[in-house]
Design a protein. Structure first.
Length: 488
């Protein structure tokens, strides 16, 4: 397992070379590459955070332990009045230094009034980083050396952004305007959301993770471990000198949202192979079917200020506004659902497929909403069949955007098999249809094998690893069933 440094000539605790090397060039800037051939499932980095805190806009969490706060047991710091999960947390090491500054807010302008999501949280991470200048100058210098792609002046001009107020308050506490803005830019460009020890979404800043560049089809997966340690693990084989890519956004985000999100928050246009391919690796995930030409798709064009689509065969066009209007209309139909039947869910999906197609972002989104209802409804043959078909269909796209040993694929595999086993219980009787049963048994073995391999890579105490153990047990059951069917 790699120690945290960037020199590939150094050794880890097993005597192996560090699996990554930090490189730089004009095209990619500072980035991380494999220092040797890395098989899928290799842990390439374990890293402790430089700083953690609440997400910039979120419900208040305890500033003493990063836990959620229950309204019935909420406490407040006796000095600064910020919400805490208990009185004991007012004296925690994490909160102690910032409390002195927060206490200067005598009018309680920045103090969250309740547990509703608040922009007040945006103050905390900036303040914690600024306080490192005196408590840990080495880390503070490290933070200031990070690349910032966010222009604070632009944020100050945004009426929905409270950075101007944060800067003004911190200036009144003795911090320099330009340093506050610089720290804010670093956090916006390099911060990442992780799960805390208590399972709460929090904001974290790491020294090496931020060097990994973005791709809309990443080759590593990030996991937050005990102590807010970030584990970075390969999901597929990476060759020596090949670049290591994470994803800054969910892989399920459509083209127009990825374009705006990456440009706004990270100041670059993505040129990964998925974005460079107008078909998004054959899925046409962000493009509708042509409404004139059978089996043709509208192709995204970027030659105007607003993204639009055009058919290469008949010149039919669609603007982003037109596409969004159609998608919103379909989503509105899901809002009218109240315990929908499998037939209702399938009807809307068929309607969506005619307007777009079954690998399109909006079809996937409606399918996901439908699955949530199907999981909650009373078990029926039709419900099981539809769940199985939808999960299998979603997996076709996830296999493209999240290939290899990825957590999402493992969960879908496991869910698919459980549903298929429930649906196929009748096949244990004497009049079993052997060819069908044999096919399903083999399919279950393959899926459970995949799920068990992926989930057993997770930290031993994690929920995913426990699910991996269950998948391993189910795999043995599936293998026994396959053997019994073969013997009939």
């Amino acid at each position: 397992m790699a120690e945290i440094n960037g020199n590939s000539s150094e050794k880890n605790i097993s005597g192996e070379c560090i699996p990554y090397r930090i490189s730089t060039n004009e095209s990619y800037g500072l980035h991380m590459v494999a220092s040797r051939n890395l098989p899928s499932g290799t842990v390439i980095l374990l890293e402790k955070p430089l700083m953690v805190g609440p997400l910039p806009y979120s419900s208040p969490i305890c500033l003493g332990c990063n836990d959620n706060i229950e309204e019935s047991t909420m406490s407040r710091c006796p000095r600064c009045h910020w919400p805490l999960c208990s009185e004991e947390c007012s004296d925690s090491k994490l909160h102690a230094e910032e409390c002195h500054i927060l206490s200067k807010d005598v009018d309680k302008i920045w103090v969250p009034k309740n547990l509703e999501p608040t922009a007040c949280n945006g103050l905390i991470m900036i303040l914690r980083c600024l306080l490192l200048r005196s408590s840990n100058p080495e880390i503070f210098i490290n933070i200031l050396s990070m690349v910032s792609n966010v222009r604070s002046e632009n944020r100050k001009q945004d009426p929905d952004d409270n950075l101007c107020d944060i800067v003004e308050y911190l200036e009144s506490c003795g911090f320099e305007n330009d340093v506050v803005c610089e720290v804010d830019g670093v956090l916006n460009s390099n911060g990442v959301t992780i799960k805390s020890n208590r399972g709460v979404n929090i904001f974290a800043l790491y020294k090496l993770h931020r060097i990994i560049n973005h791709s809309c089809v990443p080759n590593v997966q990030l996991t937050s471990l005990q102590g807010d340690v970030l584990e970075i693990r390969t999901t597929m084989d990476i060759s020596e000198n090949q670049q290591i890519f994470a994803t800054y956004l969910e892989t399920t985000v459509p083209l127009w949202e990825r374009t705006i999100g990456l440009k706004t928050h990270y100041c670059f246009d993505c040129t990964c192979f998925r974005c460079a391919d107008s078909t998004e690796i054959g899925t046409h995930y962000s493009s509708a079917s042509c409404f004139n030409c059978p089996d043709k798709f509208l192709i995204p064009k970027h030659d105007l200020e607003e993204l639009h689509w055009k058919c290469n065969s008949c010149d039919a066009t669609q603007t982003l506004g037109e596409a969004k209007a159609k998608m919103n209309k379909l989503l509105e139909e899901t809002e009218t659902w109240d315990n929908p039947s499998p037939e209702e869910i399938l009807s809307l999906l068929n309607k969506t497929e005619k307007i777009f197609h079954s690998h399109h972002y909006i079809w996937m989104k409606i399918a996901d909403i439908g699955l949530r209802y199907l999981r909650r409804m009373e078990a029926t043959t039709k419900g099981h069949l539809l769940q199985s078909e939808l999960l299998t269909h979603l997996l076709e796209v996830y296999n493209v955007f999240e290939p290899g040993l990825t957590r999402r694929r493992a969960f879908i595999h496991k869910r698919c098999i459980i549903i298929k086993q429930q649906k196929s219980q009748y096949e244990n009787c004497e009049d079993i249809i052997l060819p069908n049963a044999l096919y399903r048994a083999r399919e279950s073995v393959n899926m459970f094998t995949d799920a068990a391999v992926i989930l057993m890579l997770e930290q031993e105490t994690s929920r995913s690893a426990k699910l991996g153990s269950i998948a391993k047990q189910k795999l043995q059951v599936a293998q026994d069933l396959l053997e019994s069917i073969r013997c009939r």
